[in-house]
Design a protein around this ligand. Sequence first.
Ligand SMILES: *Cc1c(COP(=O)(O)O)cnc(C)c1O
Length: 477
Amino acid sequence: MGYSLPSLDVPEISAAKVWNASWTRAEVEGFPEVSENEVVRHFVRLSQKNYAIDLGFYPLGSCTMKYNPKINEEIARRERFANLHPFWPERYQQHALSLQYDVQNLLKLLTGLPGFTLQPSAGAHGEYVGIKIMQAYHQKKGHKKTKVLIPESAHGTNPATCAMLGYDIVSIPSNDTGIVHLEEVERLLDDEVAGIMITNPNTLGLFEENIHLIADKIHEKDGLVYMDGANFNAILGITRPADLGVDIMHINLHKTFSTPHGGGGPGAGAVGVRGDLLSFLPTPTVQKTDTGFGWNNEMPESIGRVGGYFGNFSIHVRALAYLLSIGSSPDGKSAPYFRKMSEAAVLNANYLKARLKGYYHIPHDRACMHECLITDQNQSLDGIKTLDIAKRLMDYGYHPMTVYFPLVVSGAMLIEPTESETKENLDDFCDAMIAIANECKSLPDIVRTAPHCTFRRRVDELRAQKQPRLRWSKNLS
Ligand SMILES: *Cc1c(COP(=O)(O)O)cnc(C)c1O
């Protein structure tokens, strides 16, 4: 027994009543019998083998790995949130319902969209909900729409979502400045187009400056504009998606509004819609009445329930804590400091870009938004690839940046500093990147065989995919 369990606080019953002995394994080969002290040491040692946002910079582009204030965690763990039971009568859930209501109000303020749902569990889930709403809109109007336009630089979840909902995907090429080709949108647009899914800023870190023109074209055909809001961190308080012509969007609360999200979930993909789409939102929605807050299930046109109970409620708690800590007013009327936050995120990315220029190829050399894109074009002349550079970065003590995404740029390295890194940190990171660029000339073999200072050397990624060994074995070196 490696851990002292707390004393029982519910009536004791015999295990035989609820547990079938055949479910218990008699023996697990090599299963260690250890003391609490040894368990603690084991897990602390394991944790030290991991890289973490609390250890250093996480330059993962598209992921918005910002600092997640610790107070968010403390608040989300408070008993009144963590132990809330979804079957409690509404009158005992008032604090939770009003919290969701406040989050929605602040999202409305920042996006200009009049209604939100917090039910979806991730960005990709939000896309599914948003495109389902698009579908419901066209069905109601009796439209026969079979296609969705998606820029070729889009995140893979965009075409996957549309395919899941039975749409044909029409890929739109980027122009030579890295944004959606307006003339191509015009050329590909016809009566069968249900809408467009557009990411702004896009996955190359560039602002889609024609988005309002694109929206006008789509609206002329009674199509809808869906914005993938994963990159919302760049434009908060500067512009509102609704003003750009966006009809539906998702926001990755775990990215923009700070929840630790390395290694998967849980997340929350809030979805906002324009006025005439409100009736399609998933049920139940949170509403405010004269007597307090409550669930509204009376929405005949709704696409239905898409998640359990409150959705991933603890993420909403963190989002509200963060929204308020950035200086939003709880009544949802003002959020003046988000602009500063986004400007700092954008400035940081442009600073990185300026310092790395001259060492790394920059495919679209113009002002970027919250992330900057470089490639391995210069280094490939010495036979060194993006993967080698990313691995070498680990020797310098950094988590690698996002590599080989977006797919449309060969050897892409996407770097997103976020607003929470200091100039000193950015300089150290750039020094490491520049040192690696120099090593590609002077010590190419060191880079090609990196990493050298980590717990594991370079793994055979192909074999890991084709012959995954998921069971621990003593013989595994
Ligand atoms: C992260 C991301 C998504 C998917 O969001 P999840 O929360 O991971 O499901 C979609 N699009 C873009 C551009 C993203 O960066």
